[in-house]
Write a protein that binds this ligand. Structure first.
Ligand SMILES: NC(=O)c1ccc[n+]([C@@H]2O[C@H](COP(=O)([O-])OP(=O)(O)OC[C@H]3O[C@@H](n4cnc5c(N)ncnc54)[C@H](OP(=O)(O)O)[C@@H]3O)[C@@H](O)[C@H]2O)c1
Length: 291
């Protein structure tokens, strides 16, 4: 039977990389997009179809899931994440999906853990108990966060504001997560596996700033902000209280060194080494150099 792989959250950081990776496979791909306009960029791939998914409108799920054989399940960081994940797994079960690969997060099973991890763990457990063959990916923090969240201050001021002290993190390139996902979705050996995925080295934000300076030819410095200042900055951007608390909790664990674990998963599964931060910076140099 021909495989049809659905990717939810397809226009996000990992989804975008995964759709591109799957465009070279002999499968049909459904890019599950919140907004059809944002999915326009996928129309260049002949094996990719766009399908609307709005988690707030469950009726969109049935159309998106009908005829699908495998799902790459990406959910955003929202307060009802667990509820959404349950809905997605239930729909997959109803239409007879034969594998769900869930994008989770590093440390999801830590005790007592942090809010982000606990929500992912609940989603993992629901999936594991569903009877649908599953694979769980638990990546560390994405290198792309330095574009998504720090890109503006890097471009405008040459500064990275974070409350991470000297904490080292084994940042992963989202492109490598997609490369692992591509293998896991197209080869049968990964059912029931939980894969911890990291970059090749743990580095501090100070080291990140040094790499970005080298690659961009600019001076980019790290400003280690006190937690209270980080709270105020997020508050001034109208971030909800629950999200601010969850972000600060995450940052405390990273500052304490809990994000530094390095795994060999990318190399083991894809046959090529995980990208270094320098390679990431070189590939995305335009994001760090003002026009
Ligand atoms: N960032 C990290 O460092 C990190 C590390 C480990 C794990 N994770 C996990 O990775 C996941 C996020 O992945 P990502 O960073 O690739 O995603 P992302 O860039 O945050 O994108 C989220 C995607 O979900 C879509 N979306 C948002 N609301 C939706 C709705 N109501 N209905 C349907 N789609 C909706 C978005 O579309 P629109 O933009 O059009 O709304 C977008 O395509 C989270 O579960 C997070 O916990 C992240």
């Amino acid at each position: 039977m021909h495989e049809t792989i659905l990717v939810s959250g397809a226009t996000g950081t990992v989804g975008t990389e995964l759709i591109e990776a799957l465009s070279s496979e002999n499968v049909r791909v459904r890019a599950g997009v919140h907004s059809i306009i944002k999915g326009d960029r996928f129309r260049v791939f002949p094996n990719v179809d766009l399908v609307e998914i709005d988690f707030a409108r469950p009726e969109t799920l049935r159309v998106a899931y009908t005829g699908v054989t495998r799902v790459f399940q990406i959910t955003p960081f929202v307060e009802n994440q667990v509820e959404i994940e349950k809905q997605l797994v239930d729909m997959a079960k109803e239409v007879g999906v034969k594998q769900i690969v869930k994008l989770s997060a590093s440390g999801a099973d830590a005790e007592p853990g942090i809010q982000m991890g606990r929500w992912h763990h609940q989603g993992e457990q629901y999936l594991q108990n569903s009877g649908i063959p599953f694979t769980i990916l638990r990546p560390t923090s994405f290198m792309q966060n330095f574009i998504t969240y720090e890109g503006a201050s890097i471009l405008q001021e040459g500064k990275i504001y974070q409350p991470l002290g000297t904490g080292k993190v084994s940042y992963i390139d989202a492109n490598d997560i997609a490369a692992v996902a591509q293998v896991v979705l197209t080869q049968p050996n990964y059912y029931g596996r939980i894969l911890d995925i990291s970059g090749p080295e743990a580095i501090s934000v100070e080291e990140v700033a040094a790499i970005l300076s080298r690659v961009s030819g600019r001076t980019i410095t790290y400003v280690d902000v006190p937690e209270e200042a980080a709270r105020q900055a997020m508050s001034s951007h109208h971030m909800p209280e629950w999200m601010i608390n969850a972000m600060l909790e995450l940052n405390q664990t990273l500052k304490a060194g809990y994000g530094a674990n390095v795994t060999n998963t990318v190399a083991q599964i894809t046959g090529r080494p995980a990208r270094t931060f320098t390679e990431f910076a070189q590939n995305n140099a335009h994001c760090f150099i003002p026009e």
